[in-house]
Design a protein. Sequence first.
Length: 279
Amino acid sequence: MGDKVRTLLLQECFYYRTSLGWTVENGLVVDKCVLMMVEKGKANVVIGENEYVLDRHQMLFMRPELPLKKLRSTSDFSVSLMVFPPSMIRESTERMEPRFLLLLFTQVVWTLNAENRKLVEHFRELFRFAVRDYGRGYTRELVLSLVNGLVYGAYEMCGAVRLAKLSLDSSRSRELFRNFMELLHKHLMREHEVQFYAGKLCISSKYLTQISKGMIGRTPKQIIDETLMYEAMKLLDKNNSSIQEISVSLGFPDQSYFGRFFKRLKHMSPQQYRLRSKR
């Protein structure tokens, strides 16, 4: 892996066109979502525990921590990687059915017809523009809006038939994960601990963690914290309430606890975030 790739992997969002040659030896594992579009050629890759043949008719959506390794490819093989944090997916799917989020994180390869490929190509160009100067001004909001549009496009692509099939075919693990997401939507403002949700599901916290990691590569605690952070940023951006009032509305015991939580995830205080977002 070259220095350029190492530098890119440290960024929250980035675009990179590559042959994936650097994954042949050690593979690729990142803590972010990866949208991969095949530009040219054909390749055999292993993603997770499954092998796939990729060509221009496919788009891949890889959840965080899902390993990828190229086995072999044609000499002209190349892909575009569009990488962004999983919190953006959560922010984009909060009003969608929990089973769609499950589908999004469990279906790796999406087949594209000519029309859908053109749409993804437009997304690619907009994404590449948006992350060129990422971190300045409102670029995060721009990338988030693009991811939001992509998610809704995928929702239309998969259609009600596939979602219904997922519901019929759902295993015990899928059912429990779907129920966890529904409980989270209902109780988030009061309950932040994995133990509460595991208790509601009549399973252990350890088992819920195993299910969640297996489904989307994120622990229940990561999902809870990311969702809380999203709600906190919304309130800080759009609400004139004090930080103390926001901490109470989100179910934190006091402002100090909320401040530590926010700084741990965002690397700045709620007040610093509010001032920066207003600029």
